[in-house]
Ligand binder design. Structure first.
Ligand code: DGP
Length: 126
């Protein structure tokens, strides 16, 4: 099945520099920036620069270089934000996809949340 990517989504506009962001890290294939409505003391969004709508799309079709870059960027961000498990209290990582995942922005993003206990993972449907 083909994935459909809407290049007018807000993160595509951020990647094109049409909308400002507070960048945490930029690499060859990845951009990480602070969420505009943070849900925790640390709330970073990590996105690939490529046109992928969801994690399954990325995992299936991105190049090895993109996948390695994205994954290593997540490690780096956790270190930069002091939420790694080697010396800190950890974090939650979420990637919503589609209607059931309640994804608002249709460009793959991973939320990295930390700095407080996150509570139960899944809330009642809303
Ligand atoms: P999701 O429901 O997983 O698609 O989350 C989308 C997130 O994107 C949500 O936490 C708010 C954030 N967001 C939406 N618009 C902007 C924006 O213009 N800038 C930034 N930094 N974050 C945004």
């Amino acid at each position: 099945m083909a994935y459909t990517y809407d290049d007018q989504n807000i993160f595509a506009k951020i990647l094109r520099g049409e909308i400002p962001n507070t960048t945490v890290l930029e690499t060859d294939h990845t951009l990480a920036f602070r969420d505009i409505e943070p849900q925790a003391p640390v709330h970073v969004l990590v996105i690939p620069k490529g046109a992928y709508v969801s994690y399954d799309h990325f995992a299936a079709q991105a190049s090895d270089a993109e996948i390695v870059d994205f994954t290593r960027a997540i490690a780096k961000i956790c270190q930069m934000e002091d939420i790694t498990l080697d010396d800190n209290d950890g974090f939650r990582m979420i990637s919503n996809a589609g209607a059931h995942g309640v994804q608002e922005v249709p460009h793959l993003h991973v939320h990295i949340l930390g700095g407080r206990r996150m509570g139960r993972m899944v809330q009642p449907a809303g």
